[in-house]
Ligand binder design. Structure first.
Ligand code: BG6
Length: 504
């Protein structure tokens, strides 16, 4: 094997230093559904060190055995590898411990320190610790403060301490800035990993490879050739049991501030010189700075907000709630590459299907040599990037219909992950992100300035929606593609929503 390939294989198989993952919010849904199943898959694939353990911290009354049982059912339901594979579960579960305690109780953290010291003696590796905040966000400040007071955040040259912080990171610019301040009081920015699970998705990372490892698209990737871009993240599920959080958050905070803006940055940023955390995040920050904020007085022109018709009947939502469960917005990026190219972003719950897709619509041909009826255009080329499900991409272009004359028809050139790489080869986003954090690679995590910039784009929209310029809240039937207003919104610009990866 050539030397470079050998080094690359070694890099892929590289195992982090001996370590412990301490999960706050251990009895919660995310731990059972995502975090532990991901750790289990990593363990099964030999990507975790021999000296590795997990400590779950929560207030519920449980012992180690009860905690392990609770997690096992989650692994069976949600992990890529099942608990009976290769006798893995007994080997994994003996490294899993439960630590009961209140998050504001200094005693919890003192005894956690002792527990880590004990694990270090028995299993080893408990000097390097990754804390994972997966509690309700209101508890983040107190946990961070207590970690600081108990001196658990302090790292030295020969061991590290890191923290992953789940979303939502704040609920507006002011609270996100304050949270950054509280976190920085205890942890250096280099120790902080703010998670956006969309960045852990293979297809989202592929946006970088697609753009920057191919020579043919990048020259077209600008205002001279692109008419506009659409980013759609639609979900079939409605509110579920999350009224407490969602009814005060709404679609803008829940999906746009993080996932949709992250997708926007990856599609639009300039090529970083290297693939590393600083270079990548610098470019994302630059493009966020160039996004033209929608002023509160402009929300009627640039946004649509809507709610699915049965939302107000969901248990736990406020009477007559105006919380939007769907939004469409139009953004512009004021830089050389993107000047005057509209970006239409939409997302909603209780829609027709679950799909995340990005559509790049290219400009019409400058001159038509084939006869067409008056007022008719040839359909433009559209590149559809299908991020989930049916991961892949389609390039739509015109082809001559066989036979006499010069009639053309749109056809697709398609790539499907499943066809080229096989079924079920895409790891869960959390696997990649947790492993990166254990390796100390923050490239796929959000930096403090990035998160504040994202909020600074969302705040004025929310302010506008709460004021006299707010567009009327539209209503839509569950299982549709949102309100008619969303179609009118884009049609007013002479365009329509694309469904390259879904049935429109
Ligand atoms: C979460 C949101 O961040 O992302 C949820 O809080 C949403 O409301 C979820 O359902 C969507 O993630 P995915 O990976 O299923 O597209």
């Amino acid at each position: 094997m050539p030397e470079f390939e050998e080094a690359r294989q070694e890099e892929i198989r590289r195992v982090p230093n001996p370590c412990v993952v301490v999960i706050f919010g251990a009895s919660g849904d995310l731990t059972r559904r995502k975090l532990v199943p991901s750790l289990f898959s990593l363990f099964g694939e030999g990507l975790l060190p021999e000296q590795f353990s997990v400590v779950g911290v929560a207030r519920s009354d449980m012992d180690d055995d009860a905690f392990r049982e609770h997690l096992k059912s989650g692994v069976d339901q949600f992990s890529r590898l099942k608990s009976d594979a290769d006798n893995l579960w007994p080997r994994f579960s003996q490294r899993v411990f439960y630590h009961r305690g209140g998050y504001d109780d200094p005693q919890t953290f003192k005894s956690l320190g002792k527990r880590l010291a004990k694990i270090d003696k028995e299993i080893g590796g408990a000097c390097n610790v990754l804390f994972y905040l997966s509690t309700p966000p209101g508890l983040y400040p107190v946990i961070v403060e207590q970690l600081g007071k108990a001196e658990l955040a302090r790292q030295k040259d020969d061991y590290w301490r890191r923290i992953i912080i789940e979303k939502p990171f704040g609920r507006d610019l002011a609270s996100a800035t304050e949270l950054n301040r509280q976190v920085h009081h205890v942890f250096d920015e280099g120790q902080v990993y703010r998670i956006d699970h969309y960045l852990g998705k293979e297809t989202v990372q592929n946006l970088l490879v697609f753009r920057f490892a191919n020579a043919i698209f990048e020259p077209l990737w600008n205002r001279n050739y692109i008419d506009h871009v659409q980013i759609t993240v639609s979900e079939e599920v409605g509110l579920g049991s999350r009224a407490g959080y969602y009814d005060t958050a709404g679609i803008m905070r829940d999906m746009f501030q993080n996932h949709l803006l992250q997708l926007l940055t990856l599609v639009t940023m300039e090529p970083p010189a290297e693939f590393n955390a600083t270079a990548l995040r610098d470019e994302k920050v630059k493009v966020l700075k160039a996004v033209q904020p929608i002023k509160p007085s402009e929300v009627n022109k640039y946004t649509v907000r809507a709610q699915y018709r049965t939302y107000r009947d969901e248990p736990g939502v406020a009477v007559g709630t105006e919380t939007p469960t769907f939004a469409a917005i139009k953004l512009f990026i004021n830089n050389w590459r993107w000047r005057n190219v509209p970006f239409y972003l939409r997302s909603g719950k209780a829609l027709g299907s679950k799909v995340t897709e990005i559509n790049i619509q290219f400009r019409h041909v400058p001159h038509l040599m084939f006869p067409l009826p008056p007022e008719e255009h040839l359909p433009p080329n559209v590149l559809g990037l299908c991020l989930q499900p049916n991961e892949g991409m389609n390039l739509r272009f015109e082809t001559k219909v066989p036979g006499a004359g010069m009639r053309s028809r749109s056809v697709d050139m398609s790539f499907l992950y499943e066809q080229d790489f096989g079924k079920n080869t895409l790891p869960d986003a959390y696997e990649r992100l947790i492993l990166d954090a254990l390796h100390g690679d923050a490239a796929l995590f959000t930096r403090s300035d990035e998160i504040e910039l994202a909020w600074s784009l969302i705040d004025p929209i929310l302010e506008g929606w709460a004021g006299k310029h707010a567009p009327v809240l539209a209503f839509y039937e569950s299982g549709t593609w949102g309100p008619g207003k969303s179609d009118e919104f884009i049609q007013a610009d002479g365009r329509h929503w694309h469904y390259s990866c879904s049935e429109g």
